[in-house]
Design a protein around this ligand. Structure first.
Ligand code: MN
Length: 494
């Protein structure tokens, strides 16, 4: 890829100064990797440029992409990190160093321990500078795109690791685009038979559905332009193969029950427009009962926001319509990377505060950010049990629950009032005597569901948790706090 081609891949064009940084990294890396080839027969340098291009497309700017261009230089060429620091400064060198440290994942040894070790590496990198993890994801994506050139055993190992570690991380960071492609590429190598089957059904469905999706787009464009809402875009979107296959399996391979093979997407300027557009869609097409999902008032845990509704579209065909603002759209495709498009803030914490707070949600610190900081403290320790718990907390499906004041508490699925209490504050946790969910008393092992309001009943005199709570609590955070409180009180010695 030429430098000009790379420039053209940026979501928003770079200015002259930014271009100069990228050009310098481009030349340096090209020269450093000169003569090296990959298994595909391509120049090694091509891998570096492709990695940078993936990042440019999701909205990353000059420094991150310059670091991507240089990401394999210290390990695979005669140039060192200090050469890079001298030429490109501390920030870019810091990113390159982060990737080198994240480095090769450990592969041999006890399976569980190896996985945890790899995960720990990623969390540590993430807590330090999320851009390092984004570069790693882009690097992996390009390696997956060129996986065909490797021997079969390697293909299997890399595809498995991608499915188990990298795709979930892309998902947790909300980068739908990268998550979808990583899953599809892994699926292709891990289960070629079902991949081919799913592709075949999917392509047939696309062909059939395209006609009335196009018709729905036409009709909705017209309805919306008759209203006062300014429509930015109405387009169709196709489902990724792996996600489609999972749904198909859930419905016993009955494709007629998968309603969102294709969907119509409506992009409107602001949040009130989204709700107004929903009304217009429902006036035109009758909605299916119970299929309206308002992820604007109740975002998905990875931050995804949109309104989804399933309707009887043209000629009575069932279709899904997704309504969102341009910003929500970028956030859905590029996740945490959209942060660099919309703000200049640098840290993880800033990102989450911005993403959830401005108008919609009070300026409270998100639970997840709090947790990340707690994790950071414990990540240095060799606590295998903690790391296992962390794995569950991080990758499990998440729910949102509310305090009676309306603050959002982010918890894994199956969390109980004990987890909720400790997530609010450990001092509330240890004083818990009971809990009300949506105004009704519930047992402490009750499983909280998405969107419920949880009120923790406390006693001032109580200062110590019950040992049984260790069984009830689902989060490693709550269990860790309970254990340390018991230890302090001399009840637990370990
Ligand atoms: Mn690489």
């Amino acid at each position: 890829m030429t430098l000009d081609k790379l420039y053209s891949r940026y979501k928003n064009p770079l200015n002259a100064k930014q271009r100069a940084v990228v050009a310098e990294a481009f030349e340096f890396s090209k020269n450093a990797h000169a003569g090296q080839k990959r298994k595909t027969g391509e120049d090694y340098f091509e891998h570096s440029v492709q990695t940078a291009a993936i990042l440019a497309e999701i909205g990353m700017r000059s420094k991150t992409t310059a670091a991507a261009l240089l990401h394999d230089v210290p390990e695979d060429t005669k140039y060192t990190l200090s050469d890079i620091r001298q030429k490109f400064g501390d920030e870019i060198a810091g990113l390159v160093d982060g990737i080198t440290k994240l480095g090769k994942f450990k592969l041999r040894g006890d399976k569980k321990e190896v996985q945890l070790e790899n995960l720990r590496k990623i969390f540590l990198a993430m807590a330090e500078d999320i851009r390092v993890v984004l570069i790693k994801l882009a690097d992996r994506l390009h390696n997956m795109r060129t996986l065909g050139a490797l021997p079969p055993e390697k293909q299997q190992r890399i595809a498995k690791e991608t499915m188990e570690i990298f795709a979930p991380i892309a998902n947790r960071l909300g980068i739908g685009e990268i998550k979808g492609e990583l899953e599809d590429l892994s699926f292709k190598y891990l289960d070629p038979k079902n991949f081919a089957l799913a592709r075949e059904i999917l392509e047939k469905e696309f062909k059939e559905q395209k006609k009335y999706i196009d018709l729905a787009i036409e009709e909705l464009k017209k309805e919306l332009s008759d209203s006062k809402i300014k429509v930015i875009d109405v387009h169709g979107r196709a489902k990724h193969t792996y996600r489609f296959f999972l749904k198909l399996k859930k419905y016993d391979m009955d494709v007629s029950r998968v309603y969102d093979v294709m969907a119509v997407r409506v992009i409107v300027p602001a949040i009130p427009d989204c709700y107004e557009a929903l009304g217009i869609v429902h006036k035109k097409y009758r909605p299916l009962v119970g299929r309206i999902k308002d992820y604007i008032s109740l975002p998905k845990p990875n931050g995804y926001r949109s309104i989804h509704t399933t309707v009887f579209g043209p000629t009575g065909k069932i279709i899904e319509v997704q309504i969102r603002t341009p910003r929500m759209h970028d956030e859905a495709e590029f996740g945490i990377a959209a942060h660099w498009i919309y703000s200049s803030a640098r840290t993880w914490r800033d990102y989450f505060l911005r993403r959830y707070s401005p108008e919609e949600i009070p300026e409270e610190e998100l639970q997840w950010v709090k947790q990340l900081r707690e994790w950071q403290k414990e990540l240095g320790s060799d606590n295998i049990e903690f790391m296992q718990g962390l794995r569950i907390d991080f990758f499990q499906n998440q729910i949102f629950a509310f305090t009676p004041k309306g603050d959002i508490i982010n918890l894994p699925e199956d969390a109980t009032p004990i987890d909720f209490a400790y997530a609010v504050h450990s001092e509330i946790g240890c004083r818990t005597t009971g809990a009300k969910v949506d105004g009704k008393l519930v047992p402490l092992d009750y499983k909280i569901r998405n969107g419920q309001v949880v009120e923790i009943l406390v006693s001032k005199d109580l200062k110590m948790p019950n040992q049984d709570w260790l069984r009830i609590a689902r989060t490693s955070y709550a269990r860790g706090r309970i254990r340390s409180q018991l230890r302090k009180a001399g009840i637990m010695t370990k």
